[in-house]
Design a protein around this ligand. Structure first.
Ligand SMILES: NC(=O)c1ccc[n+]([C@@H]2O[C@H](COP(=O)([O-])OP(=O)(O)OC[C@H]3O[C@@H](n4cnc5c(N)ncnc54)[C@H](OP(=O)(O)O)[C@@H]3O)[C@@H](O)[C@H]2O)c1
Length: 437
């Protein structure tokens, strides 16, 4: 144990930065024991020095001068906890160039500029640790990067966005509408004022991209796979899925098929008895399949001040004892030699749930099944609730037609949908959801 302290800078003392400062100052003995020496917060950089803070730091530590970190040779590790793409990218590059190892929780930044940041770290002989960037408090980066080292990962199925999972849980357990559940998530601080990236699948897709890179060595921009969110889901689909024995989850999925990768983020029907279906509230969960170990399972808090700070602090300790450097040097990260290609979205295969809104007339069902049949889509079950009685001269009512298909490709289904659109008896809206294996 060395008494020589390790000097740290926290760049961004907001929600997560404050959590890191709290852990370090409230548990100094534990941290010193595990890091082999005391870890001292030498600087905490913020935008606004006058803002009230939920933590008291020694005089002189709080600053709005980033240069005070970059130019201080005594600072060995800096945590980028500002968020956003700019100036976070420039700040991390400057910190690496200045000889500091960097910890970041910024998945959006790694997704956009990870290749540049990792290349810069390697050039400078430094390390970037990013456990908190995926699934917050769940140690999934260490698991993929270290603990699964004997395996080729062959499949990932995950709930990676806690906000969406909270909303889906409220829609299922309290029969709330999407709008009410979203408002509840915002009131509880689970959703941002602008929740777009959480509910449209982008946040989960960026995290899946990082996991896929680590697991398969494949760099997959979100534009190269199917990404959709929960923002169009209706209570009626939650109910039909339940009747069919399923729960709808925003599922992030990556599967190795031969030498190609099938990836997607989309609302998916998961059988009720599967562990992923039972994760409710603002939690994350990951099912990881290794070719040697088989299925392994991780769940916990995917965001929030202390869970995220727990992961950041673990990275700081790993840097202090040299473990993060070892892992980083062995990760074949942003290599351009993409050994594994990505299956085009149209070729990805799944079972599907279809909700059509059809006129209650003779032959409609036959017309629909005929179109699906011609596209070689076979049906595993069909539900058509009875239409209400109507006056003889009233306009023809529409009724929902719920179809569960056997396995087919997204391309075949899209072609069938085009034909369905031409049937005058099939009206909008049409809902298509994937069904998990
Ligand atoms: N919150 C979570 O649960 C969570 C979970 C996983 C990952 N993350 C990631 O963690 C990172 C931080 O998130 P957060 O929720 O802690 O953010 P936050 O509460 O908004 O805090 C951001 C901090 O950065 C400072 N800052 C922003 N721009 C700056 C600039 N140009 N110069 C100096 N300081 C600047 C802010 O200063 P002021 O305080 O003066 O405004 C604030 O202290 C993000 O990348 C986020 O994606 C967060």
């Amino acid at each position: 144990m060395s008494l020589h302290p390790l000097n740290l800078a926290i760049v961004g003392l907001g929600n997560v930065g404050t959590g890191v400062a709290k852990i370090l100052t409230e548990h100094p003995d534990r941290i010193t024991r595990r890091a082999g020496r005391p870890i001292v917060i030498r600087r905490a950089v913020v935008r606004n020095l006058d803002k009230p803070r939920d933590i008291k730091l020694p005089p002189g530590v709080l600053t709005n001068d980033l240069e005070a970190v970059i130019n201080d040779p005594e600072i060995q590790i800096a945590c980028e906890l500002m968020g956003g793409l700019h100036p976070a990218r420039e700040v991390i590059l400057a910190l690496l160039e200045a000889g500091k190892d960097v910890v970041t929780a910024n998945k959006a930044l790694l997704h956009e500029h990870g290749d540049e940041i990792f290349a810069c770290a390697r050039r400078c002989g430094r390390t970037v640790a990013f456990e908190a960037a995926v699934a917050g408090g769940i140690p999934i980066i260490a698991t993929v990067g270290q603990s699964m080292a004997a395996n080729q990962i062959i499949g990932i199925q995950a709930i990676l966005n806690g906000t969406s999972n909270y909303i889906l849980s409220e829609m299922l357990l309290r029969q709330q509408t999407y709008a009410t559940a979203l408002k509840g998530a915002q009131d509880l601080g689970y959703a941002e004022a602008d929740p777009t990236l959480d509910v449209n699948g982008t946040d989960a897709a960026q995290k899946l991209g990082i996991l896929a890179q680590l697991s398969f060595g494949a760099k997959v921009p979100t534009a190269n796979f199917h990404v959709s969110g929960i923002d169009k889901l209706e209570q009626t689909d939650i109910k039909y899925a339940t009747d069919l024995g399923y729960t709808i989850k925003l599922l992030a999925s990556a599967k190795l098929i031969g030498d190609r990768l099938q990836m997607s983020v989309r609302p998916t029907l998961v059988r009720k008895d599967r562990p992923l279906a039972q994760i409710h509230g603002p939690f994350n969960a990951i099912l990881l399949d290794g070719d040697v170990v088989g299925s392994t399972w991780y769940s916990g808090r995917g965001a929030g001040q202390l869970p995220t700070a727990s992961a950041v602090t673990a990275d700081i300790i790993d840097l202090a004892i040299g473990r993060a450097q070892l892992t980083f040097s062995r990760l074949e990260l942003w290599d351009d030699g993409n050994a594994i290609g990505v299956l085009p979205a149209a070729e990805t295969a799944s079972r599907f749930y279809l909700r059509l809104n059809v006129e209650d007339r003779p032959h409609v069902m036959a017309d629909v099944t005929d179109i699906l049949g011609r596209h070689e889509i076979s049906l595993s079950s069909v539900i058509q609730p009875e239409a209400p009685e109507v006056e003889a001269n009233a306009t023809t009512p529409t009724v929902p037609l719920i179809i569960m298909t056997h396995r087919t490709t997204s391309g075949q289904l899209a072609a069938a949908e085009q034909e369905l659109d031409r049937l005058p008896t099939v009206k909008r809206p049409r809902v298509v959801l994937a069904v998990a294996d």
